[in-house]
Design a protein around this ligand. Structure first.
Ligand SMILES: Cc1cc2nc3c(=O)[nH]c(=O)nc-3n(C[C@H](O)[C@H](O)[C@H](O)COP(=O)(O)OP(=O)(O)OC[C@H]3O[C@@H](n4cnc5c(N)ncnc54)[C@H](O)[C@@H]3O)c2cc1C
Length: 443
């Protein structure tokens, strides 16, 4: 086993870890029944969910196994990344039914986190579209699970953060599209109330929606931002010469870690103000390629390095619609007052739960903030905010988390006892562990 220094996308925490890259399915779980392990995808989760002192990576298990164009089904190995999957399905008239805001995670990692996209309010998380999971359990037995077969294991694995077993392959139902373009409408809003009102008015109409918030604006401008709505373009709306154009791979890369002082209150305020004023009109309509629409951050490789070596926390919570708007306004105000600058703040709405026992989305709002880790006291500040989220019936997203405390976690995931029961049945010696699962007592 090789030793490497690993972190999630937020660059915090970093640990030394022993890594094996599985080359075939039966190497996903090794033959040391007493040794703990964690399956690792592309390490695009932000915190410590993908970290452990002993990991088996799916990086080399990235093959397509079957494709049924008639039924819109694809079966692939867990280590395939979304960009490779899209490169295969898009020219054939299909797209991912759900995609996170980056195309570099693996499909196994996406199922393990039950990821949501900009269409959650209408179409749900990826768990809604998973037909079957092929899994290696702690005792190295290979099993299939689905809604019909071993359904408890299926729903514990979707959103189960790799703690039930090693996902080897996933069968996914795809979305039919007519081209690789999106019709978008961007609405500029003056404050948080206006932003939420626009959200509520457009939810039924648009499949995709996401808002960017200038979290450094204060007073009358608190929560100002842009709501970006989208639909897959129909055949007559796409540029005719290139209906199925794929993204280009080459963008700039951040070659080294920026000094930690680069992102200070001033530079972040400047960035957010520039983004806000980039659009002059209140409303702008456009036809754009899927790549800048779904994956604007992917354009700059290693953009996380601008936070410096100390890294950053992504703090993402969901709150129910009832009372959620007031609570989010309150949280934004506390953040602005404390001078905790969030470089990038994103708001989405969420619809129905998938059935995943530890899945994050609940009907309501979700707010995600990127907070540089210059001052460690920001951790206790966010832990205090978490208590407000718990009291409101909300929860923290495990795929982004590095600081959640066990008591808060237990209070926010009501199906945790069911999850633990399935985990104990399929992994009685708690072989599958992460730094996060140990912190949260997820055994
Ligand atoms: C820029 C950016 C934008 C993002 N936007 C969104 C978003 O909009 N919505 C959203 O939901 N998420 C979003 N994410 C988070 C990301 O989609 C998830 O964290 C996803 O789980 C990462 O997948 P990965 O392959 O990198 O897995 P890793 O980060 O390596 O692992 C994540 C978890 O999955 C488990 N896992 C991975 N592979 C397997 C496997 N084969 N079998 C069993 N368990 C496995 C790991 O053990 C770990 O617990 C974003 C991340 C980034 C960096």
């Amino acid at each position: 086993m090789k030793s490497e220094i690993h972190s999630g996308w937020g660059l915090h925490p970093r640990i030394e870890t022993r890594v094996v890259r599985a080359r075939q399915a039966d190497q996903l779980v090794d033959g040391h029944p007493d040794a703990s392990l964690l399956i690792q995808g592309a390490r695009r989760s932000y915190g410590d969910a993908c970290l452990a002192d002993r990991v088996i990576s799916t990086q080399l298990l990235g093959h397509l196994l079957e494709f049924d164009a008639e039924r819109g089904l694809i079966r692939c190995e867990a280590g395939i990344t979304l960009d490779v999957l899209i490169a295969f399905i898009a020219p054939r008239g299909f797209f991912l039914p759900v995609t996170p805001g980056t195309k570099f995670p693996t499909i196994g990692g996406c199922v393990a986190a039950d990821v949501h996209g900009k269409n959650h309010h209408k179409e749900g998380s990826i768990g809604f579209f998973v037909e079957e999971i092929e899994l290696f359990l702690a005792d190295r037995s290979r099993v299939c699970c689905s809604r019909e077969e071993r359904s408890e294991l299926f729903w514990a694995t979707i959103g189960g953060m790799g703690l039930t077993g090693a996902i080897y392959a996933v069968t996914l139902r795809l979305k039919k599209v007519e081209n690789t373009y999106m019709r978008t409408r961007t609405l500029k809003t003056r404050n948080f109330d206006e932003l939420c009102r626009h959200f509520e008015e457009t939810q039924q109409e648009y499949t995709y929606s996401v808002a960017w918030i200038d979290s450094l604006a204060n007073g009358a401008h608190l929560g100002r931002g842009s709501l970006i709505l989208g639909e897959h373009a129909t055949a007559d709306q796409a540029p005719t010469s290139k209906r199925f154009k794929l993204h280009s791979t080459g963008g700039p890369s951040v070659p080294f870690f920026f000094p930690s002082a680069t992102l200070n209150g001033l530079t972040m305020r400047l960035f957010n103000t520039l983004v806000y004023h980039r659009q002059i009109r209140q409303q702008r309509d456009a036809t754009v390629h899927y790549d800048p629409y779904f994956y604007p951050l992917d354009f700059v490789r290693h953009w996380n390095r601008i936070y410096g070596k100390r890294g950053f926390l992504q703090y993402q919570f969901a709150v129910p619609f009832d009372g959620g708007r007031t609570l989010m306004g309150d949280i934004l105000q506390r953040i602005a007052q404390r001078g905790v600058a969030s470089f990038l703040t994103v708001l989405k709405t969420l619809g129905q739960e998938s059935g995943g026992l530890l899945s994050f989305p609940i009907p309501g709002y979700t707010l995600a903030l990127d907070i540089p880790l210059r001052d460690p006291s920001v951790i206790s500040f966010l832990q205090d905010i978490t208590r407000l989220v718990v009291r409101a019936g909300g929860r923290i997203y495990l795929a982004k988390d590095a600081i959640l405390q066990r008591a808060d976690f237990e209070a926010m995931y009501p199906r945790l006892p069911e999850f633990k029961r399935v985990k104990r049945a399929c992994d009685p010696h708690n072989r599958f562990r992460s730094l996060q699962s140990e912190r949260l007592g997820l055994t």
